[in-house]
Design a protein around this ligand. Structure first.
Ligand code: SAM
Length: 238
């Protein structure tokens, strides 16, 4: 794909996605052959760095204000204005992807009427198997130590609740990377994937990391979607 001309030079998040690319290249991943998808496109600022390296790059984004920018900056990409979470829940897909980026909003989010419907990447991961190939790399954002704005009390309380539901009865305000890497390995195992390798790349200290998981389907007919998980052994050790 064409090289990016619109990235601000000092965007810290863009710089960190370069570390993700470097890591994948060190793992001998041939990016040039990967059909790729970003499910939370935004303006695509950080995505552009990956898009320039891969075979194809599709973008899903809910907010049609981004359509012009995305169309201009990703001339070779399919762009869908859609609710990615609903789309994954309700559709079946012919097209599968080798690399899936989940640049999720932090906290809880949703539309104007229901602004707390979803949380981080939790809702999208549930149905990720619908669009994975036998081998797929999934990259998403995790938050070890959320920063809570004082102005958003109700939102914060819902966010905390959702984190507890998802991660279990642990200190969800201070989660270790060891816990997270083991947690998601087990999560993916429960929905039918073996983890080939996993890695965290710091995005913003002390809060945010990219998690990179290379997954392999255990049995293509037996991959499951699911809602709640219990990882009690892990929880005791965290
Ligand atoms: C963190 S930003 C994405 C940043 C972007 N990937 C980049 O490279 O700069 C998250 C984006 O997710 C979008 N979003 C929120 N809910 C969504 C949904 N249900 N479906 C699709 N996109 C959604 C928001 O409009 C926002 O643009």
């Amino acid at each position: 794909m064409e090289k990016s001309k619109f990235l601000p030079k000092k965007n810290i998040f863009s710089l960190k996605i370069n570390d993700v690319v470097n890591y994948l290249e060190k793992q001998n991943i041939n990016l040039k052959i990967l059909n790729s998808l970003e499910v939370f496109g935004g303006s695509g600022e950080t995505d552009k760095i990956i898009a320039d390296k891969v075979k194809s790059f599709e973008i899903w984004e809910i907010n049609d204000d981004f359509l012009d920018t995305l169309t201009r900056n990703f001339p070779n990409s399919k762009i869908h204005i859609c609710n990615s979470i609903e789309k994954l829940q309700t559709n079946t897909f012919e097209q599968k992807f080798d690399l899936i980026l989940i640049d999720n909003p932090m906290s809880v989010f949703g539309d104007k009427n229901n602004p707390q419907t979803y949380c981080e990447h939790f809702d999208i991961l549930k149905n990720i198997n619908k669009i994975t190939n036998n081998e797929t790399i999934v990259i998403f954002l995790v938050n070890k130590k959320p920063f809570y704005s004082k102005k958003l009390k109700q939102k914060n309380s819902e966010w905390k609740k959702r984190r507890k539901q998802f991660y279990g009865d642990i200190d969800i305000d201070n989660i270790s990377m060891d816990f997270l890497l083991t947690f998601y390995k087990e999560y993916f195992q429960k929905i039918g994937f073996k983890t080939v390798f996993s890695k965290n790349i710091l995005r913003h200290h002390p809060h945010l990391d990219y998690l990179i998981f290379k997954l392999e389907k255990n049995d293509s007919d037996n991959v499951r979607t699911f809602d709640m998980i219990s990882l009690s052994n892990l929880i005791h050790n965290n």
